[in-house]
Design a protein around this ligand. Structure first.
Ligand code: F6R
Ligand code: MG
Ligand code: MG
Length: 379
């Protein structure tokens, strides 16, 4: 049976500030998706959340980029936004960049990861959802899962994985895409994806038969809107077992916390902390960035799950280490490398500051009064 798995996410209002999601928003969205399940448009759905982001996991048979499915997600986000406005939650409707739906939610604010495949006799799937970071946060773990034999023993041991995987890498600045085949082109892959500001892994395919293994959301809100409008808190779908990395190989990269861009004001480096669903509420300095892992078994498109995959004491040490790394970073305060370099920051006040200081340079020696600069009014 050919099934499409669509994960569509958006932040349509935070509770409190940008830290979490109010349950009333999840209920409002669930009602819309429930109707679509009753009408037969959806086979099944789950509504999950990480931080201030709501994630719809939907199964159907309409294929990827389907207008009806995207419109459904859009309508569900609108219903949740209505509730957010009623409760005066923070940033209500934040990620919905348009008033009217125009055929596909891509380019309209929400993040999207979708894949279509023939359901295997048993189809284990892990869906990662992160808050306070950006899509390139998946570069390192996807490399580990699908290209690094030190992480994924199956690349060496399992004959069905031995031919390796093809990575599709997106240059988010130019929109150009590259196909990179591992293991032969592993150094080429690393040359691109180690640049997390510009290159993002979009999808991974098994080379033996072209089967899709992973898909990530790659939407960059600031590039869509041309200004800061919130972070691009990403999602990632990964198929597991029988010729794909085992569930444990998929989760393993998160046991060694690594630094990602995001955190406070989308302008800081911080460790990505793997947490159970109930701990996905980034509040310390609006972080540190969080990732949850929702495990499902598909049964004729029905979603059996979610199972909360990071709800395991074996990840306690990673959480402790992430807290330690967070402290080390916070020690730098506003200084780099905690704060991102100027060109990567989501917010900046520097042009205004420089303009004012340049004006002061024109003052005679000994003068200390900064005259009012009328030009500043027109910024
Ligand atoms: C980061 C994030 C928060 C906000 C911060 C300021 O992705 O969402 O850290 O950037 O709380 O929010 P505003 O500008 O809405 O006051
Ligand atoms: Mg928010
Ligand atoms: Mg968010």
């Amino acid at each position: 049976m050919k099934v499409t798995l669509s994960v569509i996410k958006a932040d349509v209002g935070g509770y409190v500030g940008h830290s979490s999601t109010h349950p009333a928003l999840m209920d409002a969205a669930s009602q819309v998706l429930e109707e679509a399940k009753t009408s037969g448009l959806l086979i099944d759905y789950a509504v999950l959340r990480v931080g201030d982001d709501i994630n719809f996991v939907m199964t159907h048979t309409r294929g990827v980029d389907n207008e009806e499915i995207h419109k459904l997600a859009w309508d569900a986000f609108l219903k949740a936004t209505e509730k957010a406005r009623e409760l005066k939650l923070y940033g209500a409707g934040q990620d919905l960049l348009s008033d009217t739906f125009s055929g596909n939610v891509k380019g309209m604010g929400p993040g999207v990861a979708e894949m279509e495949f023939v359901e295997r006799p048993s189809e284990p799937i892990v869906i990662f959802m992160a808050d306070k970071t950006s899509p390139s946060a998946w570069n390192l773990p996807l490399y580990e899962m699908f290209a690094n034999p030190q992480n994924t023993a199956g690349l060496v041991i399992d004959p069905s994985m031995h031919e390796g995987f093809r990575f599709i890498v997106l240059d988010v600045k130019t929109g150009e895409e590259y196909a990179v085949d591992c293991p032969e082109e592993m150094y080429d892959l690393l040359a691109l994806i180690s640049g997390i500001e510009r290159y993002t892994i979009k999808a991974v395919y098994r080379r033996k038969d072209g089967e899709i293994g992973a898909v990530a959301s790659t939407q960059k809100l600031s590039l869509i809107a041309g200004k800061y409008v919130g972070k691009d808190d990403p999602v990632l779908i990964v198929r597991a077992q029988s010729g794909f990395p085992a569930v444990g190989e998929i989760l393993e990269p998160f046991a060694r916390p690594f630094f990602v861009e995001g955190w406070m004001r989308g302008s800081h480096m911080g460790p990505l902390m793997p947490v159970p669903f109930h701990h996905a509420n980034p509040s310390r300095f609006d972080g540190p960035p969080r990732v949850i892992a929702a495990g499902f078994q598909l049964a004729n498109g029905k979603l059996i799950g979610p199972r909360d995959m990071f709800d395991d004491p074996a990840f306690d040490y990673a959480r402790e280490e992430a807290n330690h790394l967070a402290n080390v970073m916070r020690r730098h305060g506003i200084f780099e490398p905690h704060r991102l370099p100027e060109e990567s920051m989501e917010y900046t006040n520097l042009p205004k500051i420089l303009k004012r200081l340049r004006h002061k340079k024109g003052l005679e020696e000994g003068e200390y009064v900064i005259e009012h600069n009328p030009e500043e009014e027109h910024d």
